[in-house]
Design a binder for this molecule. Sequence first.
Ligand SMILES: [Zn+2]
Length: 247
Amino acid sequence: MLTACAKNPFKRLTDAEPDATIPVRELQDYNLNPEQAKALQERYQGTLYYKGDPEKKYVALTFDDGPDGVYTPQILSILHDKGVPATFFVVGKQANAYPEVLQRIAQEGHAIGNHSWDHRKLTRLSSDELTDQVRSTEDEIRRITGFKTTLFRTPYGSFDSNVINELKSLGYKVVEWSIYTRDLKGKNKNQILSVVNKEVSPGSIILQHCRATVPGQLNASVQALPEIIDQLRAQGYEFVTVERIIQ
Ligand SMILES: [Zn+2]
């Protein structure tokens, strides 16, 4: 299944084909065709989302892979200063290591989603392993914040129909994204701003990160954040959580 998908990751879904051939996408070469995202969202209506309602001038900021002790607090301070709600897709292992940062995310009014326990590619897991990744993170978020999340983002944006159906049966809505600024790829502030300004439209869900794997990796992302907020507001956009944008 993985081999077949890798050959043609953007194969159109209008072909009559079994669900299992839905492409497995890799974050590192992520360049999703908006038409295909739309087709997937329609195919898994009510369960899988890439974008919100295009009739409303909403945009959702999302921050993945945290919490951490370096970037997440800086991002939270900017969001607080600007009065902007965002959504954090957290990794259970990180929540366990930085519970006070996760508490702060919840206390400051942001939405929290589940991003697995330790960022495994879910398509490679057994059903039991997948359930364990989801439930352990769900339990950790609830233990720390008292809140049970029903939002899930798959690590690497990677899934197949089995993964989607399992997540649905576990009570989740799967929320991917429509804009990735490639903030983990060493883009500078202006490149990040340019991606957002070029690709934004009503209903956009923007992916950035709040935990780095290399020191300094997200400096440009943090620098860009206040300007992203100011520029999109100047264009008439309202920032909302993922829960609200997919309503
Ligand atoms: Zn991630």
